[in-house]
Design a protein around this ligand. Structure first.
Ligand SMILES: *Cc1c(COP(=O)(O)O)cnc(C)c1O
Length: 427
């Protein structure tokens, strides 16, 4: 069933580290061979063995309209014919920026980059440049890309500076990164007592990189208040939740105002795009207007901008999409929960717009430690494997979330729940 992928994987491993260009694709946490993908079509992925999968990963979030949406495809092809890149300004950048500015009250200007990693890294530099402070505060279990100062794990004890979570990151580079427990107000306050040199808090307001774990509104409110009190900027990392949880991401669901917002994923509709955005005062510190340096040869690439522009315009013209997507996400996870209960398996589920999460756990986790402690990872792996065999492509780690797209139908969801029922009998 997977012969061609097995062969392709071993050939890839000869010339690419681990056979992949981003580690999660190697299926390390669930084991087995990742299917090598030949093409996508609507709600489905097809691998090089001809297997078809209903796609709940959607390139890890960007493809909210599924694969090969004709509007996006047409815009991309039209733009490609005019040249791939100019390294000079194009009006497509202004148009996409204007779309975003119009959606958010607290955004006047947007700078485009090519990935979420770049967006958060640049947003942090900007926050430091604006505040003249050195430290940053992040939360355990939130992922903001792979730049040095963000690859940290919590040190021993609470409210401590982080230690590098990867070789190759000098401890000196992470000594300015405070790591705090998500959804823990007391811990957060303690961090601010320990340091008054905090340039920014960076947070996933709806965490999607430890499974789906939303921040409580009290917690976000506390983040906002502490930032205001200490002259610290609040960066909401909406690389995943932006245009996913709602048209305005977490902002649309929770009453919170960020100083800087970072975007990625949906904003590029499958092309490499990231962005960070803020008020004109804060963005005025950015080069060439200001002194904080940031740049990119392919930033604002016209083809990528064209894809993002069509995608955001479609979302904006049809804001009811989010209610429909959420309905389908709820239908899926509630269905999974019913068949889990029937088979005496503990399953905790939640959704935010088109994002959904399911934990094989008896209790709902609210932070990273609880995800690690509460979840049955063996059960997750088996479930993942068996669902792949039945043609359902879920994220290959308990620390990831699932995504609903506009092209997934109720019938497809019913089929998925029926298959999950069969799989759970043997979990
Ligand atoms: C995916 C993600 C990133 C990193 O984006 P890349 O494009 O993979 O560099 C940053 N923050 C969050 C919240 C993400 O989900």
């Amino acid at each position: 069933m997977f012969e061609n992928s097995v062969k392709a994987y071993s050939e890839a491993k000869e010339v690419i580290p681990g056979g992949v260009d981003s580690p999660v694709r190697a299926f390390t946490s669930v084991g087995g061979t990742p299917p090598f993908i030949d093409r996508g079509e609507g709600a489905y992925l097809f691998d090089i063995d001809g297997n078809r999968y209903l796609d709940f990963v959607q390139s890890w979030g960007p493809l909210i309209f599924g694969h090969c949406n004709s509007d996006i495809e047409d815009a991309v092809i039209k733009t490609v014919k005019k040249g791939l890149s100019f390294g000079a300004p194009s009006v497509l950048e202004t148009e996409l920026a204007a779309e975003i500015v119009e959606m958010y009250d607290n955004i006047d200007k947007v700078r485009f980059v090519s990935s979420g990693t770049e967006a958060t890294m640049s947003a942090i530099r900007l926050a430091r440049g604006v505040t003249n402070k050195n430290n940053i505060l992040k939360f355990e279990g939130c992922y903001h890309g792979h730049s040095d100062s963000l690859l940290v794990q919590a040190g021993s004890g609470l409210a401590t500076f982080g230690t590098p979570s990867s070789p190759g990151v000098p401890a000196d580079f992470t000594k300015h990164t405070l790591v705090c427990e998500y959804n823990n107000i007391e811990n957060l306050r303690k961090c601010f007592e320990e340091s008054d040199d905090i340039a920014c808090i960076i947070i996933e307001p709806i965490a999607g990189n430890m499974g789906l774990v939303p921040a409580s509104s009290e917690f976000l409110k506390e983040c906002r208040e502490l930032c205001d009190k200490h002259g610290t900027l609040l960066i909401l990392d909406e690389v995943m939740s932006g245009f996913r949880a709602s048209l305005t991401g977490a902002h649309g669901l929770i009453d919170i105002s960020a100083d800087i917002i970072t975007f990625g994923k949906v904003i590029g509709a499958g092309m490499p795009v990231g962005a960070f955005a803020s008020t004109k005062e804060i963005m005025g510190h950015l080069s060439p207007d200001g002194a904080v340096y940031q740049a990119g040869t392919l930033s604002g690439n016209p083809v990528a901008m064209a894809a993002g522009l069509v995608s955001l315009k479609k979302l904006k013209a049809n804001p009811e999409i989010y209610e429909a997507l959420n309905k389908k996400a709820v239908k899926l996870v509630n269905g999974l929960k019913v068949v889990a209960n029937k088979n005496n398996i503990g399953l905790q589920v939640d959704t935010r717009g088109s994002m959904f999460g399911y934990f094989f756990a008896e209790e709902m986790p609210t932070n990273f430690k609880e995800v690690t402690k509460f979840c049955n990872f063996d059960r997750f792996s088996k479930f993942h494997h068996e669902m792949i065999k039945k043609g359902f492509y879920f994220a290959c780690s308990q620390y990831e979330v699932g995504f609903m797209s506009t092209v997934i139908t109720d019938e497809m969801i019913d089929e998925c729940i029926a298959s999950a029922d069969e799989v759970m009998k043997d979990l």
